[in-house]
Write a protein that binds this ligand. Structure first.
Ligand code: CA
Length: 715
């Protein structure tokens, strides 16, 4: 996308904002409802309030189930587009769950921007841009996404990519307060939705691939003052431990882990139980992934890859459960947490349900943290079994690549058996709907690379483990890069139905009282299935891929189903291989809202398929190999393994800049696109390095052309 298009988008936004500012609607007969008046009682009772979707998981138990029935398995065929709203035209991922309160929708988008829309008509009410510096994009592991906002007492709360927490006036869109929640010298990034509990805004952050120490914090909703912070991994014992939990955790680490940060970031899931005042959150992988570098000599490394319960009022530790002891496969446990009451062995238990990246579905007692049951929901090979009482894995010794020094093809890979994509629990069917995936990846310990300011620092060899390098992996990866929607019975711990997909990274889900489950796909389809049987009952073309979770709400007696479209984020690696069409054209994200009898239509598909038109492949094998060795550690996190897509679409093989060495250099060394997150790499890369990456991508583009020719022989 050209910078003029970015500018056009910015102008359009400011024009729209100016119009909102100037427009005076006629005085209504009754005083308008104050915006986003959400308090403890409303949030605690949200389950019975089908009209609204007041927090990212809809209710404190985060079931993402709506009781609404107007749209149901009998009439869903009549569902049509009610309205659509174009977000800025950027080729980046959209991950936001919208919030709807009293007829107003609050939706966040890339670069942590927020828009308020009339939930009935889609009319833009206001837009807010926190002005995240483009350079901060290099600290986001997986695109400059934002997964949503929170509302409370007339304010909208936003965690920004650069680690700020901002309170926005829900009526005017003006910021009320804006505080930093991070040390700006560290590579933290906030992409998750805040939660609000009794006047406290809770927010965590990401960065475990970069080298940080994870924590979660509570801030006063009125003032932004920090009230408590809970670290997820211990710091340097010489500095004293913040609490007893850190002292306990430190016993499970070895070496000087604090120098590398430790990791365990809290970048997504939370849930809250008002009865016990327990706040639950999941923690991420260790920094670096490679345990030998992180904690030489081993150890479980608490509280990595765990779910933790603390008192919401004070941040005081209550219990933890570690899913993946001593993780070194990027098995975050930050995945969606659902609270429910289930009859287990004839007794009603207050449970916590989670399907972390490690591919195992866990049922825990949410009051005590006791392990009730666990069962793999996808094929896994990192563990050969589990202790039936504790759920502790019996590891496959070959999986410890840092100890064996050998390549291990792990299932799941770092994208997980289930990633951040929201699940849903329907109390009506008793099923959990999981956007699951089967994808493997090769792991190999890295030898002797310096820590970089710009890329992942995980002790993992991006070169030797890359697709073009290891043909065996490439074939295995291609075979296993698939996804499915699983309907999982958490009591019996078994799959009841599944919808198989040709690729992974399918969208988040919502279930409804109308016996429906909605889900979007990376290939640009929005689908309704019957919740009990998984029958495909309805679908609509969305023109671009969908990752974000849908919601449903009601205004003036009409039920709406909404989803944010826009594909990107980590992983498009293989989805790109499988869905090249999605990855070789421009991508305009939107909010799409459907209702029975909806008559809106999308404009003709505006997307431009970009030709694969590389210059001649004239570089020497030595230069291409050098480019490969630079590209994989430095570029592949964003631009994809083997230069196939990645976080951004279209992929680099289609870039017109391939034709112009000087233009390529201006971007990679000159920092010409730093405002868009593409910083200068001049401190760590030379001119020769950078020119070699161009030669490598050109070479890859020719390989792709040859593959296309082979697949479609002339005539
Ligand atoms: Ca991670």
């Amino acid at each position: 996308m050209s910078s003029s298009r970015i500018l056009a988008g910015a102008v359009a936004l400011s024009l729209a904002l100016a119009l909102v500012g100037c427009q005076r609607s006629p005085e209504p007969a009754a005083a308008p409802k104050p915006a986003a008046q959400v308090d403890a009682a409303r949030l605690t009772n949200a389950a019975t309030d089908g009209a609204n979707w007041m927090s990212t998981g809809r209710t404190y138990d985060e079931q993402r189930h709506s009781p609404l029935t107007q749209v149901n398995d009998g009439n869903v065929a009549q569902l049509g587009l009610a309205w659509h709203h174009d977000l800025e035209a950027v080729n980046r991922g959209q991950a936001s769950t919208p919030i709807v309160v009293d007829g107003v929708m609050y939706v966040s988008t890339t670069w942590s921007k927020v828009f308020a829309l009339d939930a009935k008509t889609g009319k833009l009410l206001w837009g807010y841009d926190p002005q995240v510096p483009g350079e901060w994009g290099v600290n986001a592991c997986c695109d400059v996404v934002n997964r949503g906002v929170a509302v409370w007492n007339g304010k909208v709360y936003l965690g920004t990519l650069d680690g700020r927490l901002v309170a926005i006036d829900a009526a005017s869109g003006k910021p009320v307060w804006d505080v930093s929640t991070i040390d700006k010298a560290q590579r933290y990034a906030s992409t998750g939705a805040p939660r609000v509990i009794n006047g406290k805004v809770i927010i965590g952050n990401a960065g475990a691939e970069m080298g940080v120490r994870g924590y979660i914090g509570a801030y006063d909703a009125e003032t932004g003052e920090q009230l408590w912070r809970f670290y997820t991994v211990p710091g340097n014992p010489k500095d004293g431990f913040e609490n007893k939990a850190m002292e306990m955790a430190a016993k499970t680490w070895k070496g000087e882990w604090w120098k590398l940060g430790g990791g365990g970031t809290v970048w997504d899931a939370m849930a809250y139980d008002p009865e016990t005042d327990l706040l639950y959150f999941g923690t991420g992988n260790g920094t670096p992934w490679n345990r030998k570098l992180r904690s030489p000599g081993g150890g479980d490394n608490l509280f990595l890859s765990s779910v933790i319960a603390v008192k919401a009022a004070t941040g005081e530790y209550v219990w933890h459960y570690q899913h993946t002891p001593g993780d070194e496969w990027d098995y975050d446990s930050t995945n969606h947490i659902i609270l429910a009451n289930l009859a287990i062995n004839g007794t009603e238990r207050k449970v916590l349900l989670q399907a972390p990246k490690n591919g195992v579905f866990y049922v825990l007692d949410r009051v005590t943290g006791e392990h009730l049951s666990s069962k793999p929901f996808v094929d896994i090979n990192w563990a050969t079994g589990f202790d039936p009482k504790t759920g502790r894995p019996v590891e496959n010794p070959a999986a410890r690549y840092s100890q064996t020094g050998k390549l291990f093809m792990a299932s799941p890979g770092p994208a997980g058996g289930h990633a951040w994509h929201a699940m849903s629990f329907s109390p009506k069917t008793g099923l959990v709907y999981i956007p699951a995936q089967d994808l493997s990846q090769g792991y190999l310990a890295e030898e002797g690379r310096k820590v970089s300011k710009y890329t992942f620092n995980i002790g993992y060899d991006f070169q030797k483990g890359s697709l073009p390098q290891v043909t065996a992996i490439k074939d295995a990866v291609k075979k296993t890069f698939v996804g499915h929607l699983a309907a999982w019975d958490p009591v019996a711990q078994k799959e009841v139905w599944r919808v198989q997909f040709s690729g992974p990274w399918e969208g988040g889900v919502v279930s409804t009282g109308g016996n429906l489950v909605f889900q979007g796909t990376p290939l640009g389809e929005f689908v309704a299935y019957s919740a009990d049987k998984g029958q495909k009952l309805w679908s609509a073309q969305t023109q671009t891929g969908v990752m974000a979770a849908p919601i449903t709400y009601e205004v003036d007696g009409q039920q709406y189903v909404a989803v944010v479209t826009g594909y990107g984020g980590a992983l498009a690696i293989a989805a790109g291989e499988l869905a090249r069409d999605t990855h070789t054209r421009t991508n305009t994200p939107r909010v799409l809202v459907y209702a029975l009898g909806g008559k809106d239509t999308l404009p003709q598909d505006p997307y431009v398929a970009l030709p694969l038109n590389p210059p001649a492949d004239t570089a020497s094998a030595a230069v291409i190999d050098k480019g490969f060795k630079v590209f994989h550690p430095y570029c592949s996190n964003c631009h994809g393994d083997a230069a196939v897509s990645g976080s951004f679409i279209p992929d680099l093989q289609h870039s017109p800049t391939l034709l112009d060495a000087a233009a390529w250099e201006k971007i990679v060394l000159g920092g010409e696109r730093k405002a868009r997150g593409m910083v200068s790499f001049a401190e760590e890369l030379s001119k020769e390095d950078v020119e070699a990456t161009r030669a490598y991508v050109i070479h890859r583009a020719h390989q792709t052309l040859a593959e296309q020719k082979a697949a479609k022989p002339a005539g």
